[in-house]
Design a binder for this molecule. Structure first.
Ligand code: DX5
Ligand code: ZN
Length: 228
């Protein structure tokens, strides 16, 4: 993974057919996905449950781009090695998931992955100001985590602040929740470069009509690029 601030689209397989993950991953990558976003939920940190390390290891066999694993779990640290073994390229933990986010970022890097920190809508960006030197991705949530298909919550001011805090550091700004051709440009203009989209990519398509995924990905990308 080399660092740049070009616009990247990361479809979330939370909106894919859960009985057909392999072909869904192949379809979104063939249709232009830059990263594949994998939402891990534990029914405790968030009120929904998805999949754990064995499923993520199975996804890995199909991912040729970047496997971006978003942990919505608490605690985190006891599972870091399991997600490294499952093949995560980026492992993201929530700043709200425990008292020691600095230790968590160190442990993720020590396990050989890029370190990500996610920030809920209600959490001030200052909460992660002092870990930027050991962080590769900051994920700004534009919905309350737990479910796909929710309404976008405006975080433009938070992203602008974050962009200034990052300065010249090689840190990606990722946006997660409600991204579509209307909302993505607002975030791109504020300084974001990675756009997670679940319903925004998968809506209207299927593994048998993957060109719909391609059209959705291209529309989000074009709208975000036009805002730069
Ligand atoms: C929400 C997840 C998101 C979700 C986004 O808890 O972290 O990644 O899949 O879904 P959309 O794009 O439908 O808002
Ligand atoms: Zn996510």
């Amino acid at each position: 993974m080399t660092f740049d601030r070009s616009i990247k689209i990361a479809p979330s397989i939370l909106s894919a057919d859960f009985a057909d993950f392999g072909r869904e991953i192949q379809a979104i990558e063939a249709q232009g996905a830059d990263w594949v976003h994998v939402d891990v939920m534990d029914g405790h940190f968030v009120p929904n449950l998805t999949f754990g390390p064995p499923a993520v290891a199975a996804f890995r066999k199909h991912v040729k781009t970047v496997m971006d694993v978003h942990l919505m779990i608490s605690p985190v640290d006891t599972y870091i090695d399991a997600y490294a073994a499952a093949g995560a390229d980026v492992l993201t933990a929530h700043v709200e998931a425990g008292p020691h986010i600095h230790r968590t970022m160190q442990a993720i890097r020590a396990a050989g992955m890029k370190s990500g920190v996610a920030v809920n809508p209600g959490t001030p960006i200052e909460a992660i100001e002092h870990i930027l030197d050991i962080t590769d991705v900051v994920c700004i949530m534009t919905v309350n985590p737990g479910f796909g298909g929710q309404k976008y919550i405006d975080m433009t001011a938070k992203v602008r602040k974050l962009r200034a805090l990052i300065g010249d550091r090689p840190v990606h700004i990722e946006i997660d929740g409600g991204m579509d051709p209307v909302t993505a440009p607002l975030m791109a203009a504020a300084g974001a470069d990675v756009f997670v989209a679940g319903s925004g990519v998968f809506k209207g398509g299927s593994v048998n009509t993957p060109e719909v995924y391609g059209k959705n990905i291209a529309a989000i990308r074009a709208a975000a690029q036009a805002a730069l």
